[in-house]
Design a protein around this ligand. Structure first.
Ligand code: KG4
Ligand code: ZN
Length: 333
């Protein structure tokens, strides 16, 4: 039988990515990162859209040629439909729709947050059985998702204010670090003491999260210190902030396991690239008898491979879209 070949495109924020998957196996995954935003301390939407316009053709070509595929061998075209920056989403959506129209191939829309979760299904030799819990931690979202099947997902907890990635990026900014600060906090924290400083802990009921108080607590703490304090204590500050964020996340995932009785636990999203979160999840797995799963590093931050794997399951379920579909910045499940 002919393999199901998906060409997937991701352009929801500041990474332009294209991936090819054949029968659920990722053959290629190309990502063009946009460094232009670093000096602005955050993603500038207009600049992101323009960079996507420049990157999309080379990235799609690279994904096709490195997987020895061509446009005629593709079974369907998939793209991230929501959520994200609307100007960025429009570039990927319009490109995918034009390809589907000109090639007369089916079109598949993908929810970016569902795709982060399903990144855990990419590795055939190490993937969770259903049902599983996924702590999805990205720059825009923090959710606990109960996953009954690839297409049956329920958000059972989420942040009421900032996302975990924002907590990393905003506190990093207070420390004078460039955007995105998450990977830098991770790096400096490796040399620091996580118990050096203590910050306010949120008291949020059930499975929801809050991170804005942590940012304020770090801000007030720093305002009381001398000018050279950050420079002299950067490693300890990073380690303590990271420890506080991971503590908040792990408390809630522990509660979710208790409430649902589900012991297959995954993490996903950009913050799941954090080395200490990865270690802490695995330690919890050993301590509490959970089976833990973490996507490979390159499938944690935004990438089109996760869009491709999600689209593959939607293809199997005949879940195709009309050509008049539009992207949306916000999206509920
Ligand atoms: O999933 P993602 O690439 O984009 C969104 O969908 O938002 O997540 C980006 C977020 C940023 O906040 C970034 O700082 C954070 O993931 N991040 C990290 C690390 N790598 C990326 N945070 C902490 N430690 C890391 N190693
Ligand atoms: Zn993302």
């Amino acid at each position: 039988m002919k393999p199901i070949i998906i060409l997937a495109i991701e352009s929801s924020c500041d990474e332009t990515s294209a991936s090819i998957c054949a029968d659920g196996k990722i053959l290629s995954n190309f990502i063009a990162n946009q460094t232009i935003h670093e000096k602005y301390g955050g993603v500038v939407p207009e600049l992101a859209s323009r960079a996507h316009m420049q990157n999309i053709v080379p990235v799609v070509n690279a994904a096709l040629s490195s997987s020895n595929q061509n446009l005629s061998s593709v079974s369907a075209i998939a793209f991230t439909q929501a959520p994200g920056l609307i100007g960025s989403l429009l570039v990927g959506a319009q490109f995918a729709k034009s390809l589907a129209l000109s090639l007369n191939k089916p079109l598949i829309t993908v929810h970016h947050m569902q795709a982060h979760v399903l990144a855990n299904l990419i590795d055939e030799n190490n993937k969770p059985e259903f049902p599983f819990l996924c702590l999805t931690v990205s720059g825009g979202h923090t959710q606990i998702v109960l996953v009954k099947s690839p297409l049956e997902l329920e958000v059972i907890g989420e942040t009421i204010d900032d996302a975990a990635g924002e907590a990393f990026d905003k506190t990093a900014k207070l420390l004078g670090l460039p955007y995105p600060g998450g990977p830098l906090i991770d790096k400096y924290a490796k040399e620091g003491n996580p118990l050096a400083f203590k910050f306010a802990e949120p008291q949020i009921p059930e499975l929801n999260f809050s991170f804005s108080g942590l940012k304020t607590s770090v801000l007030y703490f720093l305002q009381k210190q001398e000018a050279s304090f950050i420079e002299n204590n950067l490693n300890d500050l990073c380690a303590s902030i990271q420890h506080a964020i991971i503590n908040i996340l792990m408390k809630k995932i522990k509660l979710a396991v208790k409430q649902t009785g589900i012991k297959n636990v995954c993490i996903a999203g950009g913050v799941s690239a954090n080395s200490s979160l990865r270690n802490t999840l695995n330690e919890h797995g050993i301590k509490y008898g959970w089976k833990t799963f973490i996507p490979k590093f390159e499938y944690c931050t935004d990438n089109a491979a996760m869009i491709a794997i999600t689209a593959y399951y939607k293809y199997l379920a005949n879940d195709f879209s009309e050509l008049n579909v539009s992207p949306t910045a916000k999206a509920t499940w």
